[in-house]
Write a protein that binds this ligand. Structure first.
Ligand SMILES: [Zn+2]
Length: 241
């Protein structure tokens, strides 16, 4: 804070300096801790911002298609994504959505004219959250109203004993065996409603988190089933495989 009234006011101060000053003032009134590391500072401290900037992205193959993930799904990135998805903390994921949006733009630059298609959230996740993180990511890439694959009910009769056992155990996807995951995922996504727009076209698929890759592989299958050509998958984060 300056006490010299004669000091000339800066004509065009860098916006980050103003934002930092404003954040400092707000922090005095509303003490917050950094979601990433717990430091009493702001919702996402400068150290975590720097850390995120320095983290490398991840590239892997899913069903023969290149997947570009902005980050590895671990540590601070995992924490921030969970805060976003479970608590709606959209204020802390700017660095994540910005880098992912850039990956979507890069995918479109590599495949001009490609159609961007969203992998839809799980029914449970969508109900709980009331928002789709992938929509936010695509907005950062300047893309609005992107179509999504449709989720279909799989095993409506719950006839697969393995699924019943997994459900009883309260197990999510992680606790299931690979075979059970595949059985519960194949046929769970459909591109039928988008068929006219995807047939013969390059397609970029976008999801938030890729772990086993089974869901993304199912998305690739669904697009291929209607004659689309998945050329790139993009995600905010992927586990290391
Ligand atoms: Zn931090």
């Amino acid at each position: 804070m300056t006490t010299a009234p004669t000091a000339p006011a800066p004509v065009s101060p860098p916006t980050t300096a103003w934002r930092d000053a404003l954040t400092a003032v707000v922090a005095l009134l509303l003490p917050v801790v950094c979601v990433g590391c717990g430091t009493p500072d702001r919702a996402l401290c400068r150290g975590c911002h720097t850390l995120l900037r320095e983290l490398p992205g991840r590239t892997r193959l899913v069903a023969g298609v290149r997947l570009d993930a902005a980050f590895e799904y671990e540590g601070t990135v995992r924490t921030l994504l969970l805060e976003w998805k479970l608590r709606g903390r959209s204020d802390v994921v700017g660095p994540l959505t910005a880098r992912t949006g850039a990956l979507v733009r890069a995918a479109l630059a590599a495949a001009p004219g490609a159609v961007v298609v969203r992998v839809p959230p799980s029914r449970r996740g969508a109900r709980r959250r009331g928002f789709d993180p992938v929509v936010s990511v695509l907005r950062r890439a300047g893309l609005r109203r992107t179509p999504a694959l449709r989720r279909l009910p799989v095993h409506p009769t719950a006839a697969d004993p393995a699924d019943v056992v997994a459900a009883r155990a309260g197990g999510g996807q992680k606790e299931r065996t690979a075979l059970e995951r595949v059985a519960a995922t194949v046929g769970s996504l459909s591109a039928a409603a988008l068929a006219d727009g995807l047939r013969g076209r390059d397609v970029v698929l976008v999801d938030d988190v890729v772990t086993t890759g089974v869901t993304m592989a199912e998305a690739v299958r669904a697009v291929r089933a209607v004659g689309g050509r998945p050329v790139r998958c993009v995600a905010v984060a992927s586990v290391e495989v």
